[in-house]
Design a protein around this ligand. Sequence first.
Ligand SMILES: O=C(O)C(=O)C[C@H](O)C(=O)CO
Ligand SMILES: [Zn+2]
Length: 280
Amino acid sequence: MSGNIESRNACSPAEVSRMNTSELRDNFLVEKIFKEDTVQLTLSFYDRFITGGIMPVNEAVELPNPGNLKADYFLERRELGIINVGGKGTVEADGESYTLDLKEALYIGKETRKVTFSSSDKSNPAKFYVNSAPAHQKYPTKKVTKKEAETVTLGSLENSNQRTISKLLVASVIGTCQLQMGMTELKTGSVWNTMPAHTHDRRMEVYFYFEIPEGQSVCHFMGQPQESRHIWMQNEQAVISPQWSIHAGAGTSNYTFIWGMAGENLDYGDMDVCPVKDLK
Ligand SMILES: O=C(O)C(=O)C[C@H](O)C(=O)CO
Ligand SMILES: [Zn+2]
């Protein structure tokens, strides 16, 4: 890829409070994450965070060097996090191969020149969901399985929000510059994520919703806690959350999502919780 990738400007809270449905969706929703044999990337100017998907089917696919990064290669000044949400696949990073099964993660450090993605079985292709943030130090490339993740169970069936959070690429598990990624799986009968909602001025965040059953959807809530807006999300779509915005959702069924963050700190627990009774 020598051309530019799609970029999204940062918007102010006042501007967002006046947006109509399509303006909200154009600025924050990333509609198409996976396309056969293609790298789909979106650059957000919140913390210069890149979100995308790579689905190799018929051939291996190489991480491109988009023109708007003005770099010699993609990871010259960046780090990359990958979570596979499809069939078994392999990521090759400067000649080293890492096989990723469903829901396994890989961190690739700064200064890795060549990264290629392939699927083991084209009838059940790998789907590599990727996040990338600027990096100023080289940390080792490392695979992290769900067993190696830091896991917490939150919520209750009574509050329709029982869920398991697997912190995969976080400071307690691996070294990263600013990227953090993990996955939240809702139990059957639970539909709410991240409730009570929170903001974190020190980090932006992107949610990628998947495992939404056919015919179901997730209503994602964003905006300032007292000026919330919603975006209806379909399976395998992502949504960008500014640092001033809540990011929560309620599904018409249970589902899974990947969260990725970058910014000032690596402290997962640094959140400003918004009491449910104060939301507007
Ligand atoms: O369900 C949740 O709660 C989450 O998954 C919260 C995210 O991990 C998050 O927003 C971290 O800042
Ligand atoms: Zn958050």
